[in-house]
Design a protein around this ligand. Structure first.
Ligand code: ADP
Ligand code: MG
Ligand code: MG
Length: 582
C-alpha cells in the first residue's frame, strides 16, 4: 500500500473513532452553536409550522422540549406524555412477547395508579388523576383487555389506541398552547435559528475520498461543531452544466430531502462552494454489497444474510413507494453497509416521483437489472423496483446476476432479450422459499408479479412481499428464522455480519481515478439562480438528530446559569449578544 493511502486511511479511521472526550468536536464548538437572545428568534415563528403534529411529532428537538415543558409544568401533562411514550413502545414491540407484557403492566399502573390492593380506590382519587379526561368506559375497557393481555401469548396491539387518541388530543390543546407561550418554545426557536443558519465549506472538515460519482468525488467529512461524520457527494458545477444535468441533480436533492427512513441514505445538508454543489449524506462505512459479494464472499451469501438484507431493502422501498417515489436503480453497488452492518439504499439519481401513482415511461436503469416492461419501452410503475429486488436476491444467493455473468462479454441486446424471454435458472443454492420468492418477483408480466397484484393499491405491494414464507417461515436447513418485522423497522435486529471497524471498505485513494478538467463551459447568472435552489443548508430532522446524538443538545440546552438564574438569553430583560460581548 502506498504511503499516501496509509496516511489518508489512518487520519480517516482516527476521525471515525473520535475517542476523545470532545468526540471529534472542534475546540471552539460552543461558539459555533451560540444561541442568540430569544427576541432575535421571534420572527422565525411566522416562518415555521407551529402545530403539534409538526413540532412534537416530527421534530426530534421539538419533542424533547415539549416533554421538558410538560415535566416542569404539571404532573398531569407529564403523566400524559409518559402514557403516550409507553403505548408507542407497546405498539412497536409486537415481536417480543415478554417486553410487551411488561409494558402492558406498566401502562395499567399508569391508568389505575390507586388501584393496587393495599390502597383501594375511591371515586375522589379517580377525579384528580391525570387521566380524568378519559371516559370511565375507555379506561375500564383498557384495563380489562390489558389485564388479559399480560396473560395471553399474543396480546393485541391496539388495546390502548382509543385512550392514546384521547390523550394525544388532550395534549394538542391547552398544554400545547401553554408550551408555545413558554420559555421552552423560545428555546425551540433558538435551536431553529441555529438550524437555519447558512452552511458552507467551513462547516466541515474533509477526509479521504471514498468513491467516484458521475459528477465528482465522494469523500468522508465531519461537522466541526458536533463531530458527526458524513459522506460528502460533490457535483462539480461545470460537469453538471456540460451534461445538462441541472434538473436531474436538483431532483436527486429534493427527493433525498423528503425521505426520512433508516433504510435509505439521508440528506443532512445541501450547500455550494465556488466549484461544486454538495450533498452531505449518511456515512456508510461498510462498503457496498457488490464489494462484499464479489471480493469477500464469492459464491454468494448464506440465506440468513440474504434474508436480512432483502428485508431491510424491502422496508426502504416501502418507505419510498409510500412517498410515491420510484427508485429504478436497484443493484448490489447501490446498497451500502454502515458500521454495524445495516444496509441502506443509496444513489437516488434515477428516482422519480409518480404523481397520483400514475405509470410512466422512459428507458432508465442499468442493463441487466431493468425490468422487461422498461426494456420493452412500455409504461411502468412500482413493479420495476420489485423486479429489482428479485434480481438482487437472486444475485446474493447465486453469486451472479440472473441474466448476465459477471464480466461476461455480451451485447446489451442479448441481455435484454434474456430479460424479456429467458426463464432464469435456479441452482441447488436456493431453498424452496427463496426460489418461489425470486420466481414471484421476477415474473415477466408486471400484473402477475409479487408486490404488484393488489390492484389500485400500489403502495401496499411491500406487504405482499413481507408476507412471503421466505421472510416468515423458519428453516432449519439454512438456519433462517422468521423476520421480527416491527423490531426490524425500529432498527433493532442485529445484523448477521458486522464490518471490521478498523478496515476501510473503499478502493485505495490512488486507485480512484482522478477527474479530468471540464473545458469549454462558462457559468453565468442563470446558473447562479439554479444553485440558489440547491443551496438550502441543513435538513431539519437529520440536523436535530445530529445535535441529540452527539450530545450537543444535552450540553447546551441549559436554562439556568451557575448561580441558578434563568439564562441571559431567555430573560425578557436579558442583554442581547452584542451587549454581552462588550
Ligand atoms: P453517482 O450518482 O454519481 O453514481 P453515487 O451516489 O453512486 O454517485 O456515489 C459514488 C460512489 O461514492 C459510490 O459508489 C460509493 O463508493 C461512494 N458513496 C456514495 N455515497 C456514499 C455514502 N453515503 N457513504 C459512503 N460512500 C458513499
Ligand atoms: Mg452510482
Ligand atoms: Mg447517481
Amino acid at each position: 500500500m502506498e504511503i499516501e493511502n496509509i496516511v489518508a486511511n489512518t487520519v480517516y479511521i482516527k476521525a471515525r473513532e473520535s475517542g476523545g472526550q470532545k468526540k471529534g468536536k472542534s475546540k471552539k464548538w460552543k461558539n459555533y452553536l451560540q444561541f442568540p437572545h430569544y427576541t432575535e428568534c421571534l420572527p422565525l415563528k411566522s416562518e415555521i409550522d407551529v402545530s403539534f403534529a409538526y413540532i412534537v411529532e416530527k421534530q426530534p428537538i421539538g419533542k424533547l422540549l415539549f416533554h421538558e415543558f410538560c415535566e416542569s409544568s404539571s404532573e398531569q401533562y407529564h403523566a400524559c406524555c409518559t402514557f403516550l411514550t409507553k403505548v408507542e413502545e407497546y405498539e412497536t414491540s409486537d415481536d417480543d412477547i415478554q417486553s410487551r407484557r411488561d409494558l402492558a403492566t406498566a401502562i395499567i399502573a399508569l391508568l389505575a395508579p390507586k388501584n393496587s390492593e393495599d390502597k383501594p380506590s375511591s371515586s375522589q382519587d379517580e377525579q384528580t388523576s391525570w387521566s380524568s379526561f378519559l371516559p370511565d368506559e375507555v379506561i375500564s375497557k383498557c384495563l380489562s383487555s390489558a389485564d388479559s393481555a399480560t396473560h395471553q401469548n399474543d396480546p393485541a396491539s391496539d388495546i390502548f389506541s382509543e385512550a392514546y387518541r384521547l390523550a394525544r388530543e388532550f395534549l394538542t390543546e391547552k398544554p400545547f398552547q401553554e408550551f408555545v407561550d413558554s420559555m421552552y418554545f423560545h428555546r425551540y426557536l433558538q435551536w431553529k435559528f441555529l438550524e437555519k443558519r447558512p452552511v458552507d465549506k467551513h462547516t466541515f472538515r474533509l477526509y479521504r475520498v471514498l468513491g467516484k460519482g458521475g459528477f465528482g468525488e465522494v469523500c468522508a467529512c465531519q461537522v466541526r461543531a458536533s463531530g458527526k461524520m458524513y459522506a460528502l457527494k460533490k457535483l462539480e458545477k461545470k460537469r453538471v452544466k456540460k451534461r445538462h444535468a441541472e434538473i436531474l441533480s436538483l431532483n436527486e436533492k429534493q427527493i433525498l430531502q423528503k425521505i426520512n427512513s433508516p433504510f435509505v441514505v439521508s440528506l443532512a445538508y445541501a450547500y455550494e462552494t465556488k466549484d461544486a454543489l454538495c450533498l452531505v449524506l449518511t456515512l456508510m462505512n461498510g462498503g457496498d454489497l457488490k464489494f462484499h459479494l464479489y471480493n469477500l464472499m464469492p459464491g454468494g451469501f448464506d440465506e440468513k444474510r440474504v434474508q436480512f438484507y432483502a428485508a431491510e431493502i424491502t422496508l426502504g422501498l416501502q418507505h419510498l413507494h409510500n412517498e410515491k417515489i420510484l427508485y429504478r436503480d436497484l443493484k448490489p453497488e447501490n446498497i451500502l453497509l454502515d458500521d454495524n452492518g445495516h444496509v441502506r439504499i443509496s444513489d437516488l439519481g434515477l428516482a422519480v416521483e409518480l404523481k397520483d401513482n400514475e405509470a410512466i415511461k422512459g428507458r432508465v436503469g442499468t442493463v441487466g437489472y431493468m425490468a422487461p416492461e422498461i426494456v420493452k419501452n412500455e409504461r411502468y410503475a412500482y413493479g420495476v423496483d420489485w423486479w429489482g429486488v428479485g434480481c438482487l436476491i437472486y444475485e446474493m444467493i447465486e453469486g451472479k446476476a440472473p441474466f448476465r455473468q459477471r464480466k461476461e462479454k455480451v451485447k446489451r441486446e442479448e441481455v435484454e432479450r434474456r430479460v424479456r424471454e429467458d426463464q432464469e435458472k435456479y441452482s441447488e443454492k436456493f431453498s424452496e422459499a427463496a426460489r418461489t420468492l425470486c420466481r414471484g418477483l421476477l415474473h415477466k408480466e408486471p400484473s402477475f408479479r409479487l408486490g404488484c397484484r393488489r390492484v389500485g393499491k400500489p403502495e401496499e405491494g411491500a406487504e405482499e412481499i413481507r408476507a412471503h414464507p421466505f421472510f416468515n417461515l423458519a428453516d432449519a436447513a439454512t438456519s433462517r428464522e422468521a423476520v421480527p418485522w416491527k423490531k426490524m423497522e425500529a432498527g433493532k435486529v442485529s445484523p448477521p455480519f458486522c464490518p471490521d471497524p478498523r478496515a476501510v471498505y473503499a478502493k485505495d485513494v490512488l486507485d480512484i481515478e482522478q477527474f479530468s478538467t471540464v473545458k469549454g463551459v462558462r457559468l453565468d447568472a442563470t446558473d447562479t439562480q439554479f444553485y440558489g435552489k440547491f443551496n438550502t443548508g441543513s435538513v431539519s430532522i437529520p440536523w436535530q438528530n445530529e445535535m441529540i446524538e452527539t450530545e450537543c443538545f444535552a450540553e447546551l440546552n441549559q436554562y439556568k446559569d451557575e448561580e441558578g438564574n434563568l439564562y441571559w438569553n431567555l430573560r425578557p430583560d436579558g442583554m442581547n449578544a452584542e451587549e454581552r460581548r462588550n
